[in-house]
Design a protein around this ligand. Structure first.
Ligand code: DLL
Length: 426
């Protein structure tokens, strides 16, 4: 679409007025940002152009967690049409609320991302992201409808039925996490199908990192062109950046989302090309605006122009996180959430480990090894099984994912003298 081809001057002008609008809206309507500005001794008039913008303090996941549930709202709640949420570092999720204008901007942005990836109004797209508080299902749904594609809103799970309907409905675009795409191909083969005969043309994958090996494997198994797109709930959801058919980094919708990359330790702004933590500012968000949000995602802005001719800058693939968040099957998990659950059981000690079972560069499964206390340990299999069941049930409801649980004998997990090593790869 036209905005992806703006000249540098056009982008600068848009960003200048977009940032001004974001700052004025936050200052005038969000009690949270009014406080932030006052504490920093800043007024909106102090920020005249993007170069001054780095004077605005960062917003962190912790700020949003403390604002639970509606503390980030900058409009009366009756103007909020939809709520989404993603996992916070502890029990309370991070909440995002959208006005009608926010939903429209979001849908148009996602439509641009889909079009960049080669999807058109002629395509039939099956969405295998969860529909619910997660932004993946609804986000891609309204974006694809905006583009005019035919949407099959399957949601996640029920793989065999997904495969049947994919064939019956002649689906040619698959929308999912990369790990689910490979799982579906494996299931198809187990059921005796050849995935290459399904006729899938394009994959729109996101919500978690996709290694090169995994991308190649998905493409080989399905015979499709795999594209990757990126986003996060705190800023909007999916539809912040995505690949064009050059598949050489993800074009950021720079007229809607202002990107910066900082040194995660010092907060210092880094030039294009240097790797650091991505900071994003949605410029036209009304409902729950955020300024300079520290995404935790490690990447760089690619300085070179893309061969496709689009002028939006690209961000490189996410190579890590500045915090300890892990993503399993598209679900974001923090060790602190696990810790909080375990603290509620007197039978378990504070010693636990998250064992990541990796395959082809992605996390296929999570096992949580939990050490019992001397008092909690028993020879009774029945009692241990009951405890295991209770812990699993609490973990499942807190994490929105069912990890494997392994109860360990007292003092069996390795102790460290320094920082506890909670996450290990198998
Ligand atoms: O995962 C939004 C989304 C849904 C994006 C569907 C794309 C497709 P959250 O649940 O808030 O939102 O998780 C956001 O997921 O900060 C990244 O760490 C990670 N992430 C998302 N997309 C990618 C990607 C959605 N393409 C967090 N590559 C982000 C690597 C990704 N990591």
């Amino acid at each position: 679409m036209q905005n992806d081809f703006f000249s540098t001057d056009e982008f600068s002008a848009r960003q200048k007025s977009g940032l001004q609008q974001a700052i004025n809206h936050a200052f005038n309507n969000s009690p949270f940002y009014r406080r932030v500005f006052e504490q920093a001794g800043l007024e909106p008039a102090d920020i005249k152009n993007p170069a001054d913008f780095s004077r605005v303090p960062f917003t962190t996941k912790n700020d949003l967690r403390e604002a639970y549930p509606y503390g980030m709202a900058a409009v009366p709640l009756d103007k909020i049409l939809r709520i989404h949420a993603s996992s916070g570092t502890t029990g309370k999720p991070i909440v995002a609320g959208y006005t009608r204008s926010d939903l429209d901007t979001w849908a148009i942005g996602v439509a641009r991302i889909c079009e960049m990836a080669g999807v058109s109004a002629k395509d039939i797209a099956q969405i295998s992201f969860g529909y619910g508080l997660f932004t993946g299902g609804f986000g891609l749904h309204y974006g694809l409808e905006q583009l005019g594609a035919t949407v099959v809103p399957f949601s996640s799970g029920n793989t065999e039925r997904q495969l049947t309907l994919m064939q019956d409905f002649k689906t040619n675009v698959l929308v999912s996490t990369p790990s689910f795409a490979i799982y579906m191909a494996e299931t198809a083969r187990e059921l005796g199908y050849n995935p290459r005969e399904f006729g899938l043309r394009i994959g729109l994958f996101g919500g978690e990192p996709c290694s090169d090996a995994l991308r190649k494997d998905i493409e080989a198994q399905w015979g499709l062109k795999a594209t990757v797109n990126y986003g996060l709930t705190e800023v909007v959801g999916p539809g912040i950046s995505g690949e064009c058919l050059e598949t050489a980094g993800m074009h950021i919708l720079e007229d809607l989302y202002y990107p910066e990359v900082i040194d995660p330790d010092t907060g210092e702004l880094l030039p294009d090309g240097e790797k650091g933590e991505l900071v994003l500012t949605p410029m036209f968000k009304e409902g729950f605006p955020v300024l300079r949000y520290r995404t935790g995602d490690i990447t760089r802005l690619i300085p070179e122009k893309c061969a496709c001719g689009r002028t939006t800058r690209r961000m490189d693939y996410i190579t890590g996180r500045s915090d300890d968040m892990i993503i399993i099957k598209g679900v974001n998990i923090f060790p602190s959430q696990v810790e909080e659950v375990l603290a509620g059981f007197k039978e378990v000690s504070p010693h636990y480990r998250l064992v990541l079972k990796k395959e082809k560069g992605f996390i296929k499964d999570l096992e949580i090894q939990i050490e019992l206390t001397e008092e909690g340990f028993t020879d009774s299999y029945k009692e241990l099984e009951a405890l295991d069941g209770r812990i699993r049930q609490r973990l499942r409801s807190t994490l929105s994912l069912a990890p494997k649980v392994k109860l360990m004998e007292p003092k069996s997990l390795e102790r460290t003298t320094g920082k506890a090593k909670r996450i290990v790869e198998d």
